[in-house]
Design a protein around this ligand. Structure first.
Ligand code: BGC
Length: 732
């Protein structure tokens, strides 16, 4: 209990006192009720706090229980215990703010509320990059760029751990689609994974020192991610120098000896492999006791380092008001204005006489993402009975565990719009019948159509199209009213066949418990939008590296009905989304390094909206870029001026084209700065670029290399609008 000793030393002192049984006890745990490992439900031990994971502590040695909660967008599983948690905007929204302080705040809210509820570990922290824009979990992740995603998750995890809550980054690695997530085998070359997917983890872990890494369900190049020596031992533990522990995704452990020797430190949940079987393997000398001690050391040293031993959680009532404010702040920083013809927005509350609010249950709430990240809304689902999940006859694939339909938070855009435009007639139409919606739109000054794309763990979306005839709804409304504004509530990118017919479009992601306030503040100009896309919006599937999701057809033609599939793994279309009889299949990431905008650049494809894009109610001008080198550190300086009439924030982005012959895509994001500027104000900024961000991974030398030669640095407001360029030469 001596806080002055180093965490590693304290861990060793505990290990010296531990029996073999106590060590085994720490390397596997219980799950939340009902979500056991395949083949049997894991009962929740009595002391569990009700979260997804529980590992009993060792009171005689002062080691507390580990109470783990899913908390990607807020603390989950509140309903069963009547606990309230702040439902934050989706994680991809946090990334869309490009605001590292907002990312820290995001994590701090989660850490704070976990503490208040008696948890000491978060198992949120998703950072699988968006290789597959139809992935049902993109809302839990940080977009398609490894540097943006890595820096964002790093600050988010720091925010969590600064509350003395153990953090965890997941799903390591390449769990980029939900279709067949338990059987898919990601095929990818080392360089591409190091420079893309794994780089996001590398940066995130470096910046946060997160305690945990959750290995994923899928295979990577033939080995399960949770028994993959390359991923766990060689990259994570050796190259990244990761000092924490690797826990398996729920039911993702497949062996005792192989997993233990490949670097898995904790089986979750259950004891099938790291319970008696591991004890026997250690007793017989098959698994060296030193390896078991290493597993235990990693867990204990993290508990000391983060402070869960010295500063245990102190339950109290969650600060609801602070949570609402924080959620609103993050939402307002993350909404992305995609189109604003004729300055349709912001609306003038003083002059607008009538507004038609249409669709997406905007009378009562805003959509949230489903699955294990689902944060329970206060008072239950604002839409009751819940709508069925799109594409499913019975609504499976929507809510927690694929059960029930999409969940709406009680944050009503209709109410917040009415409050802003108090002199106007504001009427609502459900949008179920496009002609009735069009009639209301025709009789109104302005039409605001809310459209949504529900997404959830366990199921990818079938296509980039908005489900449930919503494209036709927008088309009908736009034909009836030339002032049609579309507000998107989506998990990720969608296509917009109606784009030319509407005047304004804004992406609110899943905007969280204060979403309606944030959306109204932006619609009426109380807040100037400043988010930018962390993912490319393609025009259609045919422009994607994989027009069809790997395994999707197999699933459609060969999988048993959802009930049978679910029974195999417990979690509706989720965990069962593979085990229920589907043959294993490869997920060939043939696009390699060309993820997201890098693909569109390299293939000369025009996206609908590019990575890094987003409008403001003011305008910005860029001038005077110069690059400087100190040693191997490049910095780029330039001036940004607010040339419009409103105060606003601009995300100024720096991209680099690497020297010819390096085999890199045309450009990559290497830095940015979010600048708040008053009308007429200009500021010169210097963006320092880490050598790592300009490096390539040399597979032969098994390390990062800064290639000598000419680097072209490009500066501007989106990946497709980079008016400034300057060059630097890297010496050999
Ligand atoms: C999900 C994880 C989650 C775990 C516990 C798994 O099915 O993939 O993200 O943390 O369940 O609920």
């Amino acid at each position: 209990m001596n806080k002055d000793l180093a965490p590693d030393q304290r861990a060793d002192m505990v290990i010296e006192q531990m029996t073999l049984d106590e060590k085994i006890q720490l390397v596997h745990g219980g799950g939340g009720g009902g979500f056991g490992p395949p083949g049997g439900g894991q009962q929740q031990p009595n002391r569990s706090n009700g979260g997804a994971g529980f590992i009993p502590g060792i009171p005689r040695l002062g080691i507390p229980d580990l109470n783990m909660a899913d908390s990607a967008v807020g603390v989950t599983r509140g309903a069963a215990r009547s606990r309230y948690s702040t439902g934050l905007p989706s994680a991809i929204a946090g990334a869309a703010s490009w605001d590292l302080k907002a990312a820290y705040l995001y994590g701090a809210v989660i850490g704070r509320e976990l503490r208040d509820q008696g948890y000491n570990m978060s198992i949120g922290g998703g950072v699988d990059i968006t290789r597959e824009p139809r992935n049902g979990r993109n809302f839990e992740y940080q977009g398609e760029d490894p540097i943006l995603a890595g820096l964002t998750i790093g600050q988010l995890m720091k925010g969590v751990q600064d509350q003395h809550i153990l953090g965890d980054i997941k799903h390591y690695a390449l769990n980029d689609q939900e279709t067949g997530r338990n059987i898919g085998n990601a095929i990818i070359d080392q360089r591409s994974m190091r420079e893309s997917d794994l780089l996001a983890f590398e940066i995130g872990l470096r910046d946060s020192q997160a305690a945990g890494v959750m290995c994923s369900y899928n295979k990577v190049n033939g080995d399960w991610a949770c028994e993959n020596d390359y991923l766990l031992n060689q990259v994570l533990k050796k190259d990244f120098g990761f000092k924490g522990w690797v826990l398996s995704d729920w039911g993702g452990t497949h062996s005792t000896y192989k997993a233990a020797m490949a670097g898995l430190d904790q089986e979750m949940p259950g004891s099938g492999f790291f319970g008696d079987a591991l004890k026997k393997a250690v007793d017989s000398g098959e698994v060296p006791v030193a390896r078991l001690n290493d597993m235990v050391h990693r867990i204990l040293r993290s508990m000391f380092a983060v402070g869960v031993v010295d500063y245990p959680p102190a339950p109290k009532v969650v600060d609801v008001f602070k949570g609402l404010e924080d959620a609103q702040h993050i939402a307002e920083a993350s909404v992305v204005l995609l189109k604003n013809a004729n300055n349709q927005l912001p609306l003038d509350a003083g002059t607008v006489r009538s507004i038609a609010v249409i669709g997406s249950h905007a009378d009562v709430g805003v959509l949230s993402g489903g699955g294990s990240a689902q944060v329970d809304p206060p008072g239950g689902n604002a839409v009751s009975p819940p709508p069925p999940a799109p594409g499913t006859a019975d609504g499976r694939g929507g809510g927690r565990g694929g059960r029930g339909g999409p969940v709406y938070y009680p944050s009503s855009p209709l109410k917040t719009i009415r409050a802003k435009a108090s002199k106007a007639k504001v009427e609502y139409d459900s949008g179920n019948d496009p002609s009735s919606a069009a009639a209301l739109a025709k009789a109104s000054d302005v039409a605001i159509v809310f459209v949504n794309q529900p997404t959830a763990e366990g199921r990818d979306v079938a296509s980039l199209s908005l489900p449930d005839n919503q494209d036709a709804l927008v088309g009908a409304v736009a034909a009836a009213n030339p002032h049609t504004i579309v507000v998107l509530e989506t998990g990720g990118p969608v296509s917009m066949p109606w784009i030319n017919g509407v005047t304004a479009v804004m992406e609110s992601w899943y905007p969280g418990i204060s979403g309606a306030q944030a959306v109204a503040n932006i619609l009426f100009g109380d807040v100037n939008p400043s988010g930018k896309l962390p993912v490319t919006f393609a025009r259609s599937e045919s422009d994607l590296p994989h027009p069809e999701i790997a395994g999707l057809r197999l699933q459609q033609t060969q999988a048993p009905p959802p009930d049978a599939a679910g029974a195999g793994g417990g979690r509706g279309g989720g965990r069962g989304g593979g085990r229920g009889g589907l043959p294993p299949f490869d997920v060939p990431y043939t696009e390699g390094l060309k993820v997201g905008y890098k693909w569109f650049d390299a293939e000369n494809k025009e996206p609908l909206f590019p990575f890094g894009y987003g409008l403001s109610y003011t305008t910005f001008a860029y001038s005077g870029a110069t690059a400087a080198m100190t040693g191997r550190n490049v910095s780029v300086s330039f001036t940004v001026k607010n040339t419009g009439k409103r105060a606003g924030a601009e995300i100024a982005e720096v991209f680099a084209a690497l020297p010819a012959g390096t085999g890199e895509p045309p450009k990559r994001l290497v830095g940015w700065e979010k600048l708040r500027l008053m009308p007429g104000e200009s500021r010169t900024v210097t963006v320092n670029i880490e050598p790592l961000f300009l490096s390539i991974f040399d597979v032969e030398k098994d390390g990062w290399q800064l290639a000598p030669g000419e680097y072209k640095m490009m500066v501007g407001g989106s990946s497709k609008n980079l008016p400034l360029t300057c060059n630097v030469r890297m010496p050999g």
